[in-house]
Design a binder for this molecule. Structure first.
Ligand code: XLS
Ligand code: CA
Ligand code: CA
Length: 439
């Protein structure tokens, strides 16, 4: 194994009382919890782009962190990044990773030169995977960074750009298949618009679906058995992103007959940008049988843009994991930390400290979610709240037997129903949640 993080020990579980910063307080990878080791329940993944590439640059200044990993030559740097990725996963007991094509190898002058660079790096990753047993959670193509995508990729008004995006996605799917990836993500980076004065929205959406159909057909043809995902996001970079939120994406998938092959990759920060809670988006995905994977992070409510912070809000992680439990756990998906240490947290050790914070927040959230389920008060309350639909007129409504005339007769006979309307008991339920979290 490489030694880029000399001095950082293998991170071990020491329990909530430890004062060792390089230890887990709640994540105990091999502890059996609800029938499986915690690492298999949570399926944590490293995001290659934030962890190995992002240097903390923002629109006011250049990067603060050094992610060159000691290399002077460009391709050596990317080989070092690959080796460093596996050292990070190893030290943190993380079994999965996710990447964009351009994270693992930089773009060259032409597409064929770029593909050659990918062909040089993929064996390095493959070799590391063989040695370590680490797995690819999902792959994706960066069809948003290069200026050619200024007006979109699949939704670009220029057919040449569509063709280029298709070629890039073809290669990214091939790499995903070669590395045994369980998923392939479409995040529509520039798939949206700024003004309808220059945009044919219907045509752009048709084209986006055409590109996805092409990708699915090709992926299945070359043996991809995993899930395709769309990752909803409402805004940023464009004002109107076509994949606004889970409901919008579901309508799109159904309209174009893509719902058999696609599930959703829900990101916490994208949910809040759409004006939803994280668990709302997860609930929409789950109840539509489209729950796939999670990009774990959190935004800053005072800033209102996509800050991709490491998740430390345990209310959020607990309610997220409650949805995951209700969905029956992860199958092909997992918890990918699409999160970056703050610009001011620029040291290599901050990579580890921020992952520890995020992993512990999810491990604690998972333990609390299991407590909520075992306690049963919240589930019982919800069940009882709808109990009038199990008998009498309610059962007839659910069975589709009640007609408008019958319902009118019923209501006329009742006179008024105000007396039987029950309280929502929100404050009580919130205090139950607090007692389960802190009691
Ligand atoms: C950007 C997205 C992106 C996707 C993968 O906001 O979160 O990183 O997860 O392309
Ligand atoms: Ca994401
Ligand atoms: Ca994000």
């Amino acid at each position: 194994m490489s030694d880029f993080f000399n001095g950082i020990p293998e991170i071990r579980y020491e329990g909530a009382q430890t004062r060792n910063p390089f230890a887990f307080r709640y994540y105990n990878p091999d502890e059996i919890i609800d029938g499986k080791p915690m690492r298999e329940q949570l399926k944590f993944a490293v995001s290659y782009w934030h962890t190995l590439c992002a240097e903390g640059a923002d629109m006011f200044g250049v990067g603060t962190a050094d992610k060159s990993f000691g290399a002077a030559e460009l391709m050596d740097m990317y080989k070092n990044k690959a080796n460093a990725a596996f050292e990070i996963m190893d030290k943190l007991s993380i079994d999965y990773f996710c990447f964009h094509d351009r994270d693992i190898a930089p773009e060259a002058q032409t597409l064929s030169q770029t593909n050659e660079r990918l062909d040089e790096i993929v064996p390095v990753i493959e070799e590391n995977m063989k040695k370590s047993g680490k797995k690819l959670l999902w792959g994706t193509a960066n069809c948003f960074g290069n200026p050619r995508y200024m007006h979109g990729a699949g939704t670009a008004p220029d057919a040449d750009v569509f063709a280029f995006a298709a070629a890039q996605i073809k290669k990214a799917i091939e790499i995903t298949v070669r590395l045994g990836g369980a998923g392939y993500v479409f995040w529509g980076g520039r798939e949206g618009y700024e003004t309808l004065l220059n945009t044919d929205m219907a045509f752009e959406l048709d084209n986006m679906a055409r590109l996805m159909h092409l990708a699915v057909d090709y992926g299945r043809k070359i043996g991809f058995k995993g899930d395709f995902y769309i990752e909803p996001k409402p805004k940023e970079p464009t004002k109107h992103q076509y994949d606004f939120d889970a409901s919008t994406v579901l309508a799109f998938l159904r309209k174009y007959g893509l719902d058999k092959d696609f599930k959703l990759n829900i990101e916490a920060n994208h949910a809040t940008l759409a004006g939803h809670t994280f668990n709302h988006e997860l609930c929409v995905a789950r109840t539509n049988r489209a729950f796939g994977s999670i990009d774990a992070n959190q935004g800053d409510m005072l800033l209102g843009w996509d800050t991709d912070q490491f998740p430390t809000n345990v209310y959020e992680t607990a309610l997220c994991m409650l949805e995951v439990i209700r969905a029956g756990g992860f199958t092909n998906g997992g918890l990918n930390f699409d999160a970056k240490a703050r610009r001011g947290s620029f040291e290599h050790k901050d990579i580890f400290l921020s992952y520890i914070a995020g992993m512990d927040a999810f491990a604690l959230g998972y333990r609390i979610a299991l407590k909520i389920v075992a306690d049963g008060r919240i589930d019982e309350f919800v069940k009882a709240r709808y109990s009038s639909y199990s008998t009498g007129i309610g059962a007839d409504i659910v069975a589709g037997k009640a007609t408008m005339e019958q319902l009118e007769n019923y209501a006329l006979k009742k006179g008024d129903v105000r007396a039987s309307v029950g309280s929502g008991r929100q404050e009580y339920l919130e205090s139950v949640l607090n007692s389960l979290m802190f009691g």
